[in-house]
Write a protein that binds this ligand. Structure first.
Ligand code: AVI
Length: 342
């Protein structure tokens, strides 16, 4: 037993995937586009992962507290879905798995037979998690995978047949745009078996000021988290970004339902990135888009489940109804409707 992890290697991927997975290529493509963009998946280097932990501890960032409350108080409702047969507990974007720990403890107390498969993009976060698992749950078989979500899915394909409980907590799905969330869930549906359970955390649409405060926190942690991406480019790609010449901005788009985050150039400037042998010109007030954080209506969630082949079994809300952990089961009885283009 015990906990181990492996890093998904480039050799595990097919050549078409390689392009997608190179930081320098993504930076080159993203900064050559109009409007410029950098993907939020690159936030999570060692410093970025630590900053995200700090964000999760802020009361303004209500999402974590809400989900903590849901899991602490309604864990039995998830347990009841899984009692009876051995299963894999797969978690996408596990991070420090603080909320999942509550479930792991509870499942062990109840004598459930399962193995834990956390998937996370950050090797630093994964190695800390594996250390924690060895300390806290030495008897639990844990096999971590360091990979992006879509690649992590490919690994699951290889696991032996067992019932699956898939966790996608923390509103992580909200960082995908609509097309990517559907594609991810559709791929997940393809891999899973009829009756497997998926628990997805959705941040619900609410008072706009409250949502804005969560991303414009008074300690400036979210700004640091975004700016750290430029620091990462400087360190890993030998870039020449002056962080003082950019500011963070987050706004809410009522039509798309997303908090949209940007780094805005404070002056006209040219930035050289040595590893990609290219300079990028920024106008004064030109933005780089860094992140979408989508918020949902209940009807959005219902539509998403239906279109991707899932049945909603339970909606677990926090007491303020800010957040929902939506419990879905894989429905392979009726045809999946993703392809019909509705
Ligand atoms: C990981 N993800 C769900 C967070 C979010 O709310 O979009 C990342 C984050 N960005 C700024 N603060 C937190």
């Amino acid at each position: 037993m015990g906990a181990t992890y492996h890093v998904l290697n480039f050799k595990d991927l097919n050549p078409a995937d390689l392009l997608e997975h190179d930081f320098s290529t993504d930076v080159l493509i993203g900064l050559s586009q109009m409007p410029k963009q950098l993907a939020s998946k690159y936030f999570y280097d060692k410093k970025g992962s630590r900053l995200f932990q700090e964000i999760m501890e802020l009361s303004e960032y209500y999402l974590t507290g809400c989900e903590f409350e849901i899991i602490s108080e309604q864990k039995e409702k998830i347990y009841l879905e899984m009692a009876g047969e051995p299963f894999n507990l797969v978690e996408f974007g596990a991070g420090d798995a603080r909320k999942t720990n509550i479930l792991l403890e509870y499942f062990q107390e109840k004598g459930l037979e399962f193995q834990y498969i956390p998937i996370d993009i950050s090797e630093e976060a994964m190695s800390a998690l594996i250390e924690l698992m060895n300390r806290k749950f030495p008897k639990l078989k844990t096999e971590g995978i360091v990979a992006e979500y879509f690649d992590g899915l490919k690994c699951l394909n290889n696991t032996e047949y067992r019932k699956n409980l898939v966790l996608f907590l923390g509103s992580n799905l909200g960082n995908f745009d609509k097309a990517h969330s559907r594609a991810f869930l559709h791929n997940l549906w393809n891999i899973l078996n009829n009756g497997d359970i998926v628990v997805i955390g959705f941040d619900l649409k609410k008072d706009i000021d409250l949502m804005l405060k969560a991303y414009n926190d008074s300690k400036g942690k979210t700004a640091e988290f975004n700016l750290n991406l430029l620091r990462r480019i400087n360190r890993e790609l030998n870039g020449k970004f002056d962080l003082e010449k950019f500011r963070f901005y987050a706004g809410y788009d009522v039509f798309s339902g997303a908090i949209e985050s940007y780094l805005v150039s404070l002056e006209q400037q040219q930035v050289f990135i040595e590893k990609i042998s290219q300079s990028f010109i920024f106008d004064a007030w030109e933005p780089i888009h860094t992140e979408y954080s989508y918020k949902y209506l209940e009807s959005d969630i219902e539509e998403l489940a239906e279109r991707t082949g899932f049945l909603i079994k339970k909606q677990l809300y926090d007491s303020r109804k800010y957040f929902v952990d939506s419990v879905w089961s894989v429905n392979k009885q009726s045809p999946n409707t993703l392809e019909d283009g509705r």
